[in-house]
Design a protein around this ligand. Structure first.
Ligand code: SIN
Length: 300
């Protein structure tokens, strides 16, 4: 899947992501009302990744209902990412997106770029459980909860989401960072801080997947710096059952989805696996596993 916010702006762009090899697509995070987001600059390339501080710009759930219906007509499985400013708003938006025909929901509990009540819900386990439970009451759709790496104990937050009724955990959103223009002598992003994504965060995000997979019984969706088949395999072995790819589209174009899928297939063929589920979390059994990396050099 594409990571929420990456190419999730219009039905046509999401269709292109699907046609490029993603198994499903994820929308930009949708809130209760239209939101302009932060002023520019909102995105800066940094070494090994990108920093963004978009500020959750979106057209609001009422408008987005029509977009979901359009995407469904194209035959594309759509996961609607969403957020709210209160427990009730999260529940209301989830209800409307479910009725609109989304195939699954991803509760964004982790945007690092907005005020606490909108974004860093994920820092508080009790809140995560409460909001997840309120959303659970409004929808029968598969519900993923996307967590932040910017917390002290991600295991406890993941367990809280599971107790609240989540069907899967997405681990993780971006890591909070900053970039400074040495000539202007000021932060580059208008929001000052932003969320770091791309290869720079992969070891941190992978560690989050590893820890979450140890803490919960529900599936984990890996996200953070996945660019190659090798990255994907690392995430699966750490415990991810599915993956989200975002920043790699900036560096490799839309072909990256197919390249990653081909890399996974190559590894499976060379190592005698017939399904992804056979590989999920295998690295936790690290004392007993043998490794054949021969094919991975084929992936970009
Ligand atoms: C943003 O809109 O600022 C990024 C969204 C997110 O990281 O959840």
């Amino acid at each position: 899947m594409n990571a929420a916010g990456v190419l999730g702006m219009t039905p046509d762009i999401l269709k292109r992501v699907y046609d490029s090899g993603a198994g499903a697509v994820i929308s930009k995070s949708i809130g209760p009302e239209p939101r302009r987001g932060h002023p520019n600059p909102t995105l800066v390339r940094v070494e090994c990744g990108a920093l963004n501080a978009m500020g959750l710009p979106n057209p609001g759930v009422e408008y987005f209902v029509e977009e979901i219906q359009e995407i469904k007509k194209m035959g594309v499985p759509i996961i609607a990412s969403f957020f709210g400013g209160s427990t009730q708003e999260f529940a209301d938006v989830a209800y409307k997106l479910s009725r609109a025909g989304a195939d699954a929901l991803e509760l964004n509990a982790s945007c690092p770029n907005v005020a606490e009540e909108l974004g860093m819900l994920a820092a508080d386990a009790a809140n995560v459980e409460k909001v997840t439970a309120a959303v659970r009451d409004e929808t029968k759709l598969p519900l993923f909860v996307k967590l932040s790496p910017n917390v002290t104990n991600i295991k406890s937050i993941a367990v809280a989401a599971e107790w609240g009724g989540a069907d899967a955990i997405t681990a993780v959103n971006t890591s909070k960072g900053i970039a400074i223009d040495i000539n202007l002598r000021r932060p580059i992003l208008a929001n000052v801080t932003g969320g770091l994504s791309g290869p720079a965060v992969k070891p941190v995000s992978l560690r989050c997947v590893w820890e979450v997979a140890q803490a919960v019984k529900i599936p984990v969706i890996g996200c953070g710096g996945i660019t190659t088949g090798r990255d994907a395999i690392e995430y699966i072995l750490a415990g991810a059952s599915a993956l989200e790819v975002g920043t790699a589209v900036m560096t490799h174009g839309l072909d990256v989805y197919k390249e990653i899928a081909d890399g996974i297939t190559c590894y499976m063929e060379n190592n005698g696996f017939t399904s992804i589920s056979e590989m999920v979390g295998l690295a936790h059994d690290y004392e007993n596993i043998g490794v054949d990396n021969a094919c991975l050099g084929m992936t970009k």
